[in-house]
Design a protein around this ligand. Structure first.
Ligand SMILES: Nc1ncnc2c1ncn2[C@@H]1O[C@H](COP(=O)(O)OP(=O)(O)OP(=O)(O)O)[C@@H](O)[C@H]1O
Length: 264
């Protein structure tokens, strides 16, 4: 006898705890079947249910010292589905450092980072499988074309996206006629747009973005703000450093660095 929808959903929720298998197809709460991508293949509206239910990034009493100076101390932070958290602070206040700590790239800090309730040192592989990290630089290869950069990035991340998906992503960031141009011939803003195109293909629920708006024009800023809001509304979460106000994003949360104690 076939499982009822409620039973399938419960089984899925139970099996999703502690991570998810992106190769499996499961039944979502809405009753629609969905694939391993970000959206339900039927209602085009849901992220992977188990991840939506379980997405949780938490920092407890983080402290980081550099050259005898505390960048932050006693820092608590939680990030849940639907959150967009802007990390603010003057130059040198530790924003990039904090983002790297939360990704597990920097570990010489005090305190604890938890992903899905598990210490990051044990859960890092699962975090990385659910993470899109865009660093301070555009992070693209100068001698590869815009399209090759995108395909290369998706390939090394094991994301099986098609050529047409990549072309659509480039179109979404306004690079429709620049796919074959080597990155070194693109402007700074266009290079950044190649990096941002990854967000249109992203399967990770957690986006950690370090100054993603750098060199982006007003129209591009507006589009990116919308994309962040959309990602959050679908159950993803965004942690972003930027000097932009992000005033189009409803419910924006803020974390201010530059004083020793911070919480968000
Ligand atoms: N590996 C390191 N060794 C020593 N000091 C470091 C190291 N990395 C960063 N710092 C110092 O930590 C401080 C914070 O740097 P960080 O890049 O996190 O600041 P930020 O808030 O992101 O700055 P900005 O707004 O300019 O990007 C800086 O004073 C920097 O010199």
């Amino acid at each position: 006898m076939k499982d009822s929808s409620a039973s399938k959903t419960r089984k899925y929720q139970e099996s999703a705890v502690g991570g998810h298998d992106t190769n499996l197809r499961r039944l979502a709460a809405c009753g629609c079947w969905f694939d391993c991508g970000n959206t339900c293949k039927v209602c085009a509206n849901l992220l992977i249910l188990g991840c939506v239910l379980s997405l949780s990034l938490e920092a407890r009493q983080l402290a980081c010292e550099r050259d005898g100076r505390w960048l932050f101390r006693g820092l608590d932070l939680t990030l849940k589905p639907g959150d967009v958290l802007r990390v603010e602070g003057p130059n040198g206040s530790g924003k990039t450092t904090l983002l790297k700590v939360l990704c597990g790239q920097i570990t010489d800090v005090e305190g604890e980072v938890l992903w899905q309730g598990r210490p990051l040192r044990r859960a890092r592989a699962d975090l990385l499988a659910n993470l899109v990290y865009l660093g301070h630089g555009a992070g693209i290869k100068a001698h590869l074309s815009a399209l090759e950069n995108l395909r290369w990035y998706q390939a090394i991340n094991g994301d099986g996206v098609s050529l047409s998906d990549c072309e659509e992503a480039l179109e979404s960031v306004g690079l429709a006629s620049f796919e074959d141009v080597p990155a070194f011939q693109l402007s700074a803003g266009q290079q950044r747009r190649v990096a941002l195109a990854r967000l249109y293909l992203a399967r990770g629920l957690l986006w950690i973005l370090d100054e993603p708006f750098t060199a982006i024009d007003a129209e591009g800023v507006s589009a990116l703000e919308q994309l962040l809001a959309q990602h959050a509304s679908r159950g993803g979460a965004v942690l972003v450093t930027t000097h932009h106000a992000l005033d189009r994003i409803q419910g924006l949360r803020r974390l201010r660095l530059g004083s020793e104690v911070a919480a968000a």
